[in-house]
Design a protein around this ligand. Structure first.
Ligand code: NA7
Length: 541
């Protein structure tokens, strides 16, 4: 029986960030009725939510854009090497207006659940405003890092000051003038915020659990001539990014650090340090596969910390001991220099764990720190976290969370689909190259593949596409095998899920190279979507 009260569309897309906006653009241009649901009151995704002081992208702006439209690339002018959150948000708002995307986006709506209705072979989507919608295709564009991790610390509810998480920052400017500020967490978000906070606040206490390898970003304004030449080279740049290992035109040095003498290594690392950005990560080809090379890079950074930070005890606390790069390498502006300021205190919470949050601040095993504002820069439940926040149920009413055994047994095909959940697509899902590729480029590749796939299904009158169990077993196995050849799997990071108490440890990013991955996706499509079962339904209600 057809339920006439429930609206029907071809596709429901979740999230209006880079992924959701481009998915909408693609599907609409192919004539599919599409609606995007977005929890925020504006577009931008991660760039809508992450408004903390100092928030910036760690990919160079001229590469951190869409490449599907030459005109768009020519129209937009980035002002500096590493774009600020506000500038990226302005860009995405410009995209939404330019392609008239807003009319198909519903803001301030959260999708609570999506259940596959086997009788109708459609997804029934449940919205937090109480209404429902049927969709033939259900597509998630919710990012890999959108489920905030707010540690369950005793006493937080009794804190009389204000507290914030970096990923849910207020839209009104927070004034730190004259305030005693505390920040927990020294990942990318903390390291970007700390130098800015230190300049504004009366006093800043940094609660560090694990020190980080961070490299100077060497941010600077672009000059007009540089921007003009970039635009002239658009086609070359686009091809270079789309056919690269990591979605950027930068080439990795093709040598092992072990092939060079100590003095040559020092020179290579010095040059990369001076260049800033991800040059350091690209300085040798085996920093993430060879422990000896890795140790050389780690030693070099530790020597820089000792050089910059005046107090040797503080320098020692700031020096990471784990393998370089197994947590995402951070880019900073004056991070280590900030610890030379009189108004900044570093507290090592591994030495002296946080006991509780009190009415007036943070109490550790050894001391009490009085605070007016407390900031959680404590990261995210990455990769599976955003998907598990939604009650997604496939065939037989099986929940995605149960199929994947709460993260212990994630199985996908190309990180795009998973068996038993027909017509569900995950943009940059677990086991795709995602966060280890320049995200807008990874997103474009996924979105174009999904849009072309859906168009193929329409052309061939196919109603349902489901993943074969064997295909996903093989992909997941391949994904794990490639990861196990690297040092990434040895690190305690959000990459491995080790940052979340009780989370199963697994490495859910495909490391076989974006170029290889793209070719594989194309081949699969060209072979009439091998690894999928394509089904025509006899009668449609
Ligand atoms: P990250 O990189 O996960 O960093 C979170 C930080 O918070 C990290 O230093 C954690 O220490 C620390 N943390 C987490 N929980 C606690 C508790 N309970 N107590 C003390 N310290 C804690 O998140 P970011 O937001 O900085 O960056 C995420 C990504 O966004 C980044 O990689 C870029 O891709 C963009 P730990 O290291 O786990 O010991």
């Amino acid at each position: 029986m057809k339920n006439h009260s429930i609206k029907e569309v071809d596709a429901v897309v979740l999230g209006a960030g880079f992924a959701g906006l481009y998915m909408l653009y693609q599907l609409r241009s192919k004539g599919f009725s599409t609606v995007v649901y977005e929890a925020g009151d504006g577009v931008g995704g991660v760039w809508y939510w992450n408004r903390y002081p100092g928030a910036r992208c760690d990919v160079e702006s001229i590469y951190y854009n869409y490449t599907f439209s030459k005109e768009l690339y020519e129209e937009w002018n980035w002002t500096s090497r590493f774009p600020e959150q506000e500038e990226i948000l302005n860009y995405l708002n410009y995209v939404a207006d330019r392609f008239e995307l807003r009319k198909d986006i519903q803001f301030n709506i959260r999708v609570n659940a999506a259940h596959f209705d086997e009788e109708r072979s459609k997804w029934l989507i449940y919205l937090n405003n109480g209404s429902q919608v049927y969709a033939k295709y259900f597509i998630t564009g919710i990012g890999c890092l959108s489920a905030a991790n707010i540690p369950n610390m005793k006493g937080l509810n009794q804190f009389k000051g204000k507290w914030y998480h970096t990923g849910h920052w207020p839209h009104k400017k927070v004034d730190f003038t004259g305030k005693r500020v505390g920040i927990i967490g020294t990942g990318s978000s903390g390291i970007q915020a700390i130098p800015v906070l230190a300049k504004e606040a009366k006093h800043l206490t940094v609660f560090q659990r694990t020190p980080q390898y961070t490299i100077p970003a060497r941010n600077h304004f672009y000059d007009e001539e540089f921007i003009r030449s970039t635009k002239e080279n658009f086609e070359t740049l686009k091809q270079a990014m789309r056919n690269s290992v990591a979605g950027s035109p930068h080439q990795q040095n093709d040598r092992s650090a072990m092939e060079d003498s100590e003095s040559k290594q020092q020179q290579v690392f010095e040059d990369a340090w001076a260049e800033g950005g991800f040059a350091f990560a690209m300085s040798y080809n085996d920093l993430l596969t060879n422990e000896q090379s890795n140790e050389k890079a780690a030693d070099f950074i530790r020597s820089k910390i000792r050089e910059i930070v005046k107090d040797p005890k503080v320098a020692e606390r700031l020096s990471p001991k784990y393998m370089y790069g197994t947590k995402r390498q951070v880019l900073d502006t004056d991070y280590f220099e900030t610890y030379n300021r009189d108004n900044v205190l570093l507290v090592d919470v591994k030495e002296s764990p946080i006991d509780e949050i009190t009415e007036t601040g943070v109490k550790t095993a050894d001391d009490q720190y009085e605070l007016d504002i407390l900031i959680f820069a404590t990261g995210y439940d990455g990769m599976t976290g955003p998907l598990f926040k939604i009650d997604i149920k496939g065939r037989g009413g099986i929940a995605l969370k149960d199929k994947w055994e709460n993260g212990a047994s994630v199985r996908t095909y190309l990180g795009l689909t998973t068996a038993g959940f027909p017509n569900l697509f995950m943009i940059t899902g677990p086991e795709s190259p995602s966060v280890l590729v320049n995200m807008p480029i990874a997103i474009e590749q996924h979105v174009e593949w999904i849009a072309n796939c859906i168009e193929y299904l329409r052309e061939h009158d196919i109603d349902l596409m489901d993943t074969n169990v064997q295909a996903e077993e093989e992909w997941s196995k391949h994904c794990r095998e490639v990861a196990n050849t690297t040092l990434y799997v040895k690190g305690d990071s959000w990459y491995t899920g080790a940052n979340i108490a009780g989370k199963h440890r697994s490495f859910l990013i495909y490391l076989g190279g974006f170029d290889y991955y793209t070719k594989r996706c194309i081949e699969i499509a060209q072979n009439n979507f091998e690894g999928f079962t394509l089904q025509k339904l006899k009668t449609m209600s």
